[in-house]
Write a protein that binds this ligand. Sequence first.
Ligand code: PLP
Ligand code: COI
Length: 336
Amino acid sequence: MEKKNIDWSNLGFGYMQTDMRYVSTFSDGAWDEGGLTDKATIEMSECACVLQYAQTCFEGMKAYTTADGKIVCFRPDLNAERMADSCRQMKMPVFPEEKFVEAVIETVRANAAWVPPYGSGASLYLRPFMFGIDSVIGVKPANVYQFRIFATPVGPYFKGGIKPLTLRISDLDRAAPRGTGHIKAGLNYAMSLYNIVDAHEQGYDENLYVDSATRTFIEETGGANIIFIKGNTLITPKSDTILPSITRRSIVQVAKDYLGMEVEERPVRLDELGEFEEAGLCGTAAVISPIGKIVDHGKELTYAGMGEKIRKLYDTLTGIQMGSVKAPEGWIQVIE
Ligand code: PLP
Ligand code: COI
């Protein structure tokens, strides 16, 4: 198979239309057979539930080329599980988890020419998503849904690649207690748009949210969880209102089992920020992006950027994802 002629090493995080995508429709209480299509556009009623009431959720995951030329995906079963959780909360039908993984494999296989080569620093980003497509004018869930997966080759999420990020403590909130912060609902991202544009205009890379109930604990940013390092300990916020990041859960295991680090998953107070030596954002898109500075209303807290521990975590995690470090059982899905 011949790869597409793309300048892989200079890709940013953007959408590029690839050859095929997966589509399945839910109607009359059941999912259809589902399959691949080359049609990248969607036609729907002006009154579709997704357009009026934002009934949509999504996932984000990546396919990589390994050093020995295989195409692999990282823990797709966990994306299937999390999407099922999102769907239940949004009163959407669950796309069966096993079928989700098969659909991911089919989509990657059909777009193999778009999977960036090993060593390019790029990967094939997969975006599974679901939305209510039939007309709904009273506030209630839709009856008809589409589940889709598209693929697009991407480079680093943050401009400038792996340069230390500057975050600000946000004055606005992302997630309410007992709300939807723990699922991947489109509405969580819609409500962060004003704030991310403002952060960029003020010279920050991202907003770091605190808990909206007490404003005393660190949560996450608009698109990634956060990790901190103090000595040989990795500290990461535990909260019911953050997204359970698959990258963060994997990093916790890597820190314990591969690097012999201590791990604390617990509420992290805003007033502890000055005690940490290194910090990073973690997620599928963010991978592990080192943090250089967090600004808390004029008070600047500085971190080592790609310090020793963040570097080791980054190298081990990406080594596992790209096949140069032995992965724990079940983490790597090879796409034949
Ligand atoms: N937090 C938010 C709000 C996100 O959008 C993401 C991205 O998916 C993450 C965290 C990281 O999650 P994951 O590591 O599963 O990609
Ligand atoms: C991901 O990391 O996959 C996400 O969905 C985050 C988004 C901000 C791009």
